[in-house]
Design a protein around this ligand. Structure first.
Ligand code: EPZ
Length: 425
């Protein structure tokens, strides 16, 4: 067993550079299949989810090489069009490979992505979009079979909700369709904008990124390209929440503060001082945060669901009561029981969580049950008295490339431990 041992009570103070955005890199790696040449992607974090995508690209026949935090994908030769179950199980969001494989090879076979720790993760919008473009989709023996990639036609697609994944699948598939595709009610996340900018570096003709309507001129011959991935706004939200939880003053570089405004606005309401500058954000938080007004998660530019767990953790020690409404996922409160083990006072009824601030949290053995829940437990541990043993590191490593190193750079006492159990550690 392995765990992080975190001794709380240290103010955080210092500068950290935020690594590249996981949720940009994943669709961008899929998009490299659309270019029968070389794609060079800088600022790629070494995350298990990124390694899972690299494994799929290699399985398909691509040559993929790392040089530091640069990934070089040579997709000149793509010999396969299937993503086998063991690779799909690594990461359910690999379903976004569907559109790119279909556009590149004319067909695609992926094993049905299961749900995940956050609850069922339907893909009906993904499949409906691919069918609108002319693909034939069938489910057989637990696999999704898609054909018709050679006769895709541009069309009008309207998503019933601004799904990030469905937007990405539709966008990549439309790049391989003959003619113009208009994608309505598209997701507006910064990671979608980043994906479009990467595709444009390959010569794709796409307009409207960051708005609800994307216009894609398909079947443009694409060429080799190069791109630098944006900073990870959720990792940045995690570190800002850590400073709110433990108190202190942090300066984060490598992230666009304009992509964090709903998070920094809430932290300012909680009593923090926040300053934004191009490519960086500074925050100071002294004493207990105040409770904040009702927080509802919603699609960008609303408050991001991925930041909900870490903000909740920062508000466990606060003055007053905060209500959080998780509108995006059914089961995104699995960190609550673990926070309660540290003394948090949280009531959950369906998708509503009421956090009644306490003066003190105490360290305890806790377990991460999903990626951002793991980030939340680290945030709470930094503001707790005593030692916390945080296990479930495989979840954390999906989205944090250097959590212990970055927190230590800010003055936290955190180290990786290994042994039989965390008891008595
Ligand atoms: C992306 O997931 C992110 N993952 C998630 O981050 C993030 O929480 C989510 O967007 C929302 O911002 C990646 O980018 C890899 P959605 P995605 O499709 O694309 C429903 C992380 O670990 N829906 O925007 O799966 C769905 O059930 C993850 O970084 C359908 O009903 O999210 C959810 O309620 C956690 N049918 C809502 O839409 C569909 O076909 C939003 O999901 C697709 C989605």
């Amino acid at each position: 067993m392995q765990w992080y041992e975190i001794r709380g009570g240290h103010r955080l103070d210092g500068t950290v550079s935020v690594h590249g955005a996981k949720n940009s890199v994943l669709p961008i790696l899929c998009a490299t299949l659309l270019n029968s040449g070389v794609s060079v992607i800088h600022n790629c974090p070494r995350l298990s989810d990124v390694e899972a995508s690299v494994a799929i690209l290699r399985h398909l026949g691509c040559q993929v090489d790392w040089e530091g935090d640069t990934v070089c994908v040579d997709a000149t030769v793509v010999q396969r069009s299937d993503v086998p179950e063991h690779l799909m199980r690594e990461m359910r969001s690999s379903v976004i490979f569907l559109g790119a494989i279909l556009a590149r090879t004319g067909e695609a076979v992926v094993s049905m992505p299961g749900g995940c720790e956050l609850g069922p993760r339907p893909i009906d919008l993904h499949l409906a979009a691919l069918e609108r473009l002319g693909a034939e989709v069938a489910v057989q023996g637990g696999n999704l079979l898609c054909r018709g990639g050679r006769s895709l036609r541009g069309t009008e697609i309207s998503l019933s909700l601004p799904s990030v994944g469905a937007t990405e699948n539709a966008l990549l598939c439309a790049c391989g369709a003959e003619g113009t595709t208009i994608l309505q009610n598209a997701a507006r996340e910064p990671e979608i904008v980043d994906l479009v900018r990467f595709l444009r570096s390959l010569g794709a003709d796409i307009r409207g990124e960051g708005t609800s309507t994307l216009r894609i001129e398909g079947n443009h011959p694409l060429h080799s390209g190069e791109h630098t991935v944006i900073g990870d706004r959720i990792v940045a939200a995690t570190y800002l929440s850590a400073a709110a939880s433990a108190g202190g003053e942090v300066y984060l570089t490598g992230v666009d503060p304009e992509q964090l405004t709903t998070v920094t606005a809430l932290l300012r309401d909680a009593g923090a001082e926040v300053r934004r500058e191009p490519g960086a954000v500074w925050m100071r938080c002294e004493g207990l945060p105040h409770s904040v007004g009702p927080v509802r998660t919603s699609p960008y530019p609303g408050f991001p669901t991925d930041a909900q767990p870490v903000l909740m953790a920062a508000l466990c020690r606060s003055r007053g009561t905060t209500m959080i409404v998780e509108t995006m996922f059914e089961n995104r409160y699995r960190h609550v029981d673990e926070l309660r083990r540290m003394g948090a006072d949280i009531l959950v009824v369906n998708r509503v969580a009421l956090i009644t601030g306490v003066e003190r949290l105490h360290g305890a053995p806790v377990e991460a049950h999903d990626l951002r829940g793991g980030g939340a437990l680290a945030v709470a541990a930094l503001g707790a008295e005593g030692v916390t043993q945080l296990s479930g590191l495989h979840h954390i490593r999906r989205g944090y490339a250097s959590l212990p190193e970055d927190l230590r750079a800010l003055g936290a006492e955190i180290r990786w431990r290994q042994g039989e159990t965390t008891e008595g550690a």
